[in-house]
Design a protein. Structure first.
Length: 301
């Protein structure tokens, strides 16, 4: 299925939002909040990038909320009223962004990281499905928080909004001995108002593999020598499958912060297995700079 569409945020269902006031309640409650004093709030969205294996049709797990890391070493947790089963594949196109929390209060502090929380009591319900109809168990592993930076000060009003991107290509691995998948969530967090995007056509001539099996990898900083996802050395910051659209090939690197990057194409991106060293035969290595909130077109001939 082609997942290359203009960005449009999906409205959240009520069970995912712990906002204190919905649209119908903003008038009176908003005034009361102003009279009562200032407060810090945060809004969080979640999207995903597709796994390397195109045969995967579902990656299902029960999410219960988020854990924020504070600069002093403590944490702050936001949880749903009840955990919700989510198919992460559904969040892999631009229409699939999921609202986790809307204008939710956080305590005073400097926040430096965030990670997804899964429901340990329903961990046995997590699974991966394929086009063949085969269902595999999915183990949920802990991971390091995604970096972010904002501060909430006592008696000062603030509102922060971030989008989290869970890259399944970097997060999902398969154990052939046990026939099980493991999800070790690799997240990045970007301020929603400053998200950038790089997209374009791909017409690389493949010496091995085909563009249908290809991917575009993005690395932080210029003039980086590309490497696969193997847990060592240089690791990609973002990835995009190569999609077939109208007889041509396209890619879209989404939810990026401003910065200088190195891009590269591989025709055998489907072969990349996290924590395993593969030679992906990267080609067409180019540098690209992106500003805040910018969408740029960079074709890869």
């Amino acid at each position: 299925m082609v997942r290359f569409m203009a960005f449009m945020q999906r409205s959240a269902s009520p069970q995912f939002s712990l906002a204190r006031g919905g649209i119908a309640r903003l008038g009176v409650l908003g005034l009361l909040a102003l009279l009562a004093g200032c407060e810090g709030e945060v809004t969080m969205d979640l999207g995903t990038e597709l796994p390397a294996d195109p045969n995967i049709t579902q990656v299902v797990a029960d999410i219960r909320g988020l854990e924020f890391t504070k600069s002093g070493g403590g944490t702050e947790t936001m949880e749903f009223r009840g955990s919700e089963q989510v198919d992460l594949i559904d969040l892999a196109d631009d229409n699939g962004v999921l609202r986790l929390f809307t204008s939710e209060q956080l305590s005073e502090g400097t926040y430096t990281g965030v990670r997804l929380l899964f429901d340990e009591d329903r961990a046995d319900d997590a699974f991966v499905s394929t086009f063949a109809g085969t269902q595999f168990p999915l183990n949920l592993a802990d991971s390091a928080p995604a970096s972010l930076s904002f501060q909430i000060e006592d008696n000062e009003s603030s509102s922060e909004s971030f989008t989290l991107l869970l890259d399944l290509r970097k997060s999902l691995s398969f154990d052939e001995d046990t026939d099980e998948y493991t999800l070790t969530p690799t997240l990045r967090a970007v301020e929603s108002s400053e998200m950038s995007r790089i997209e374009g056509n791909v017409s690389v001539t493949c010496l091995s593999g085909t563009l249908e099996r290809g991917a575009v990898y993005l690395f932080q900083n210029s003039d980086v020598t590309p490497d696969d996802i193997d847990g060592a050395g240089v690791e990609p910051f973002a990835t995009s499958p190569i999609f077939t659209v109208g007889g041509g090939f396209v890619y879209a690197l989404r939810y990026l912060p401003a910065g200088s990057y190195t891009m590269a194409v591989t025709c055998i991106g489907n072969d990349d297995e996290p924590l395993t060293d593969e030679d992906l035969l990267f080609r067409n290595v180019v540098n690209v700079d992106v500003d805040d909130g910018e969408t740029i077109t960079r074709n890869l001939p």
